[in-house]
Write a protein that binds this ligand. Structure first.
Ligand code: PMP
Length: 355
C-alpha cells in the first residue's frame, strides 16, 4: 500500500479471483468457464466490431438489448447489459443498500457479495445454510433487507425451486431481491418471467459460462424499467461505456446462435452427471449440482492436499480455505476428455497416497 491510499479503504479485503495461469497448460477446471469456444459467427462479430474500436460504443446497448429481449421474452427496457454480472451486483448494492438496508446473503455463497457490501460500507446480514448446505428460503421471508441469492448457489451448485424464490420476493415487497442466476442455464429454474409481477425483483445473468464469453465480460440484469433506471443512474455516474463494442456485438451474435450454446449446456450437464457417477465410485460425496461445476469431498484425502496434488499433476480446480468447506473441491465441468483427465489423475493420486 502506498502512503497515498485513502484511509477509507484501509480495511478493504478485495476478492481473490481463481488462478488464471499464463505460463503452463493446465486442464483448467477452476473458474467455471465454458470449455467450448464462442461460435464462429460470434468470433467474426467481435472482429468486425473491433474494426470500429476508434468510435465509442452505444452506451445504451440498443441492438444487444433487443436481441436479448427477443430471446428471453421480455421488453428491451427490461434488460440492462453490464461488464460482467459482477458489475450489476455491485451497482445494485450501491443503489439499494445503505445503513438501514443491509445486504442479506448466505454464509456459504459467492465471495463477491461480502466484498461489495464492505466496499460500499453496507452492513452484511449473513444467514447460515442448513447442515446439508441447502438454503432454507423461510430464513429470507419477510426479512425487510436487501437480499442477494445465487441460484444455483456457488460454490455448492444447489438450486432453489422458483416457487421458493418467489415467496422470498413476495414477502419482501419493500426491499430489492437480487437473484444471481450466473449458473441457471445448467438445469435450474429461472425467475426472469417473474419480473412483470414484482417491482422489487432483479435477476442477474451472465454470458461468461453458458455463452462462452468469460473473457469478453458480458452480463445483464432483468427487472422492471423503473428498477433498471436506478441502476443506470449508478452506471452513468461511474462508467457510462461499460460494455465495449466487441462485447456488445458478441452478445447480439450469440443470441442469433443460441441453439449452439444451449446444446453446449446440455453436453456440460451430461458430463456433470458422468463425473458425479465416477467420483462417487471413487468414494467422493458430491452435492447435487445444477451448475457447470460440482462441489465434492472425500474422506480419503484432505481437500487442500488433493487440490495441491492435482495442480502438481496439471489439473487446476478450486479450493476454498474456509471453515465448513475446506474439505471440498469445486470442480468446473469441461469436456468429457478433460473430465477423464481429472478422474484419472485423482485415481492415481489417491492410490499413491495409499488411501
Ligand atoms: N455470480 C456468481 C455466483 C459467480 O460465480 C460469478 C463468477 N465468478 C459471477 C456472478 C460473475 O460472473 P461474471 O462477472 O463473469 O459475469
Amino acid at each position: 500500500m502506498s502512503r497515498f491510499f485513502s484511509e477509507k479503504f484501509s480495511d478493504l479485503v478485495p476478492y481473490v479471483p481463481g488462478e488464471q495461469p499464463q505460463d503452463q497448460q493446465y486442464t483448467k477446471l477452476n473458474t467455471n468457464e465454458s470449455p467450448f469456444p464462442p461460435s464462429p459467427a460470434v468470433v467474426q462479430a467481435m472482429r468486425d466490431a473491433g474494426a470500429s474500436a476508434n468510435l465509442y460504443c452505444d452506451p445504451q446497448c440498443r441492438v444487444l438489448c433487443s436481441a436479448i429481449a427477443k430471446e428471453y421474452g421480455v421488453q428491451p427496457d427490461q434488460v440492462l447489459p453490464v461488464n460482467g454480472s459482477d458489475e450489476i451486483i455491485n451497482f445494485a448494492v450501491m443503489a439499494f443498500c445503505d445503513e438501514t438496508h443491509p445486504l442479506a446473503y448466505a454464509d456459504i455463497t459467492y465471495g463477491c457479495y461480502p466484498v461489495f457490501a464492505d466496499f460500499n460500507r453496507v452492513p452484511s446480514h449473513i444467514i447460515p445454510l442448513r447442515e446439508d448446505f441447502t438454503i432454507d428460503y423461510r430464513d429470507y421471508c419477510g426479512l425487510g433487507e436487501t437480499i442477494v441469492i445465487a441460484n444455483p448457489n456457488a460454490p455448492t451448485g444447489i438450486a432453489l425451486p422458483k416457487r421458493e424464490i418467489e415467496q422470498i420476493v413476495r414477502t419482501n415487497p419493500d426491499n430489492v431481491v437480487i437473484v444471481d442466476e450466473a449458473y441457471v442455464a445448467f438445469g435450474a429454474e429461472s425467475c426472469v418471467d417473474l419480473i412483470d409481477k414484482y417491482d422489487n425483483l432483479l435477476v442477474c445473468q451472465t454470458f461468461s459460462k453458458s455463452h462462452s464469453l468469460a473473457g469478453a465480460r458480458l452480463g445483464f440484469g432483468f427487472a422492471q424499467a423503473s428498477l433498471l433506471a436506478d441502476i443506470n443512474a449508478i452506471k452513468y455516474s461511474t462508467n457510462p461505456y461499460n460494455v465495449n463494442r466487441m462485447a456488445q456485438a458478441a452478445g447480439a451474435a450469440a443470441m442469433a446462435d443460441n441453439g449452439y450454446y444451449l446444446s453446449n449446456c446440455r453436453t456440460i450437464m451430461e458430463n456433470r452427471e458422468y463425473t458425479v457417477e465416477k467420483l462417487t465410485e471413487l468414494g467422493f460425496s458430491v452435492l447435487p449440482s445444477k451448475a457447470n461445476f460440482i462441489f465434492a469431498r472425500t474422506d480419503r484425502m484432505e481437500g487442500g492436499a488433493l487440490y495441491r496434488a492435482l495442480k502438481r499433476d496439471g489439473v487446476l480446480v478450486r479450493h476454498f480455505d474456509k471453515e465448513k468447506i475446506s474439505d471440498y473441491l469445486r470442480i468446473s465441468i469441461g469436456t468429457r476428455e478433460q473430465m477423464d483427465v481429472l478422474l484419472q489423475k485423482t485415481r492415481a493420486i489417491l492410490e499413491q497416497e495409499g488411501n
